[in-house]
Design a protein around this ligand. Structure first.
Ligand SMILES: NC(=O)C1=CN([C@@H]2O[C@H](COP(=O)(O)OP(=O)(O)OC[C@H]3O[C@@H](n4cnc5c(N)ncnc54)[C@H](O)[C@@H]3O)[C@@H](O)[C@H]2O)[C@@H](O)CC1
Ligand SMILES: [K+]
Length: 499
């Protein structure tokens, strides 16, 4: 699903008005109807206090007030006055409301007019939407803080007021919504961790914007959805043999971190590679052979960590390196040798990334189309700090293009930057996966898909989606607190079945 900017959404509204055709006032009525239906169905309140700005977001608020009133609800409207007049559609809705004298309408022109609210009311925030073009200040900012101070349920229309769609709003006055009813498509602002306090649960209101616009308009960012994954998925052919699904190698583990090797190897096996081998420290051999008997093992000459390759790396269909390898000098040399020797893309995670970040000259050795899977700290070690999540996303995109690599920046909505400039936000997964070992599982899964012939771009998007889905199924069965990384592996099979 394409993720459009505020400007593109404005163009989409205009395209719909011209090509459906529909008047902008009718489109506003459609939007208000969708919101009112949701509010009536999902809330039970004595009264609704609706705060409106004087743009089209405020116009939505006025139309919602009228529709709620028509549905026999008690409604009070507060209008934040501004120096400029209302938008045309705001004014039209204001005139209709004016004739319905049963709905009280109050103006807020100064701090003295900030209202007290009845207990048990639900607040509807229609102050500012996608038209926000600067930080809220003055009376608007004071009103936002005043509304937040009630600690009552707030339903934001389209956007929590004060929150920018496509840029950081860090430190700004913003409505803290319990629910956001957003029009047609999710917004970039709802996908980044720094905004988590503001949008609450997001509900998409389908207002039938013209499909012709979304089909022909390119978008930089996308949300990975099941239809994209189904278009990537290649069913296994009836007459296939193990040679058709590649030979994956996992280079992982050190004393005390053999579990990382076990988790990534088992995840690799469970994700469909034809053959899986694990290169592990010598002492880990019996452990990996017992925990993953289907895998072959290359024990290192050294007992406690990995030091040398007794194989040709290009003989494998894919190699994933990093989980639990530590940062011993000889392990660093091994990583350098691998980076210099291999002609294929790799999957690099965890300590492989930490070694690269800490050792001068390694970063530029990363082979083209390699998939790296840093968490935010590993990302900062590699590429430096950023002031906010939006800058981090931009940095991941630009580094991906510059280095011709795929970057899966792990987090709640893992962001995958492709070298062609596109970016994919994943929406599967849950907080139960925020535990040691989850990343090792992801490395194994992506390495497995790469071995099977999926492109690096596909392997990253598909692997991250499947990993999150398996995590969601594990959470459903075991609960978020109790689920552990092994449970994600146990649910990979069911995740495949759900595609
Ligand atoms: N265009 C359409 O046909 C539709 C628009 N809809 C609504 O329209 C909204 C966008 O409306 P608008 O473009 O009128 O903009 P908003 O209603 O979001 O904002 C109103 C105006 O406030 C001013 N403003 C921006 N930032 C400010 C700040 N920090 N302090 C003070 N004033 C500021 C700007 O002049 C802006 O145009 C959407 O979020 C949605 O709620 C919906 O009705 C669906 C249809
Ligand atoms: K709003």
């Amino acid at each position: 699903m394409k993720l459009f900017s505020a400007e593109q959404i404005r163009q989409w509204d205009a395209f719909t008005i011209k090509n459906e055709p529909v008047s902008s006032l009718e489109l506003m009525e459609r939007a208000a109807n969708a919101c009112t239906r949701w509010i009536v169905k999902n809330t039970l309140a004595d009264s609704y206090c609706i705060f409106c700005g004087k743009g089209n977001n405020g116009g939505d608020g006025l139309a919602i007030a009228r529709l709620l009133y028509n549905a026999n609800k008690t409604v009070t409207v507060f209008i934040l006055e501004s120096a400029t007049g209302g938008s045309d559609d705001f004014n039209s809705n204001f005139n209709i409301l004016h004739h319905l004298s049963a709905i009280p309408v109050y103006s807020i022109r100064s701090e003295k007019e900030l209202p007290q609210l009845p207990p048990d009311c639900i607040i509807i925030d229609a102050l500012f939407g996608t038209g926000l073009n600067r930080r809220l200040t003055g009376l608007a900012a004071t009103l936002v803080e005043h509304i937040n101070s009630f600690r009552m349920p707030v339903i934001a229309i389209d956007m929590p007021s004060g929150l920018f769609c496509d840029q950081s709003s860090l430190g700004n006055p913003i409505i803290k919504a319990s629910h956001t009813l957003t029009f047609q498509v999710p917004k970039l602002a709802f996908l980044v961790a720094e905004n988590a306090d503001f949008f609450g649960q997001v509900h998409i209101m389908d207002i039938n914007l013209h499909p012709g616009f979304s089909e022909k308009t390119p978008a930089k960012f996308h949300i990975t959805d099941s239809s994209l994954i189904r278009s990537i998925y290649q069913p296994r052919k009836t007459f296939a043999h193990k040679g058709n699904f590649g030979h994956a190698l996992i280079i992982a583990g050190s004393t005390g971190k053999t579990g990382a090797a076990v988790l990534s190897t088992r995840a690799c096996l469970k994700t469909g590679a034809g053959l899986v081998s694990a290169h592990i420290p010598r002492q880990s051999l019996p452990i990996i052979q017992m925990a993953a008997p289907e895998a072959m093992a290359f024990p290192d000459a050294e007992d406690h960590y990995i030091t040398r390759m007794d194989y040709e790396p290009d003989d494998f269909s894919s190699i994933g390196m990093g989980p639990g390898i530590g940062k011993e000098l000889k392990t660093r040399f091994l990583l350098r040798e691998l980076l210099e020797k291999i002609k294929k893309p790799l999957v690099l995670d965890a300590d492989a990334l930490n070694i690269i970040a800490a050792t001068k000259g390694y970063l530029k050795l990363i082979p083209s189309k390699t998939i790296i899977t840093p968490h935010p700290k590993e990302f900062s070690r590699l590429f430096g700090d950023t002031a906010n999540d939006f800058e981090k996303i931009e940095l991941a995109s630009s580094k991906s293009m510059e280095m011709n690599i795929i970057i899966a920046l792990k987090g709640h909505n893992t962001f995958i930057a492709h070298p062609n400039g596109a970016g994919y936000f994943n929406h599967t997964g849950n907080a139960g996966m925020a535990k040691g070992g989850s990343g090792d599982v992801l490395t194994g899964m992506i390495t497995s898909l790469l071995a099977q012939g999926y492109t690096p771009e596909q392997s990253a998007v598909y692997g991250v989606y499947l990993h999150g889905l398996a995590g969601d199924l594990a959470a459903r069965d075991r609960g978020m607190e109790s689920m552990i990384a092994s449970d994600i592996i146990e649910h990979i099979g069911n995740a495949f079945k759900q595609l």
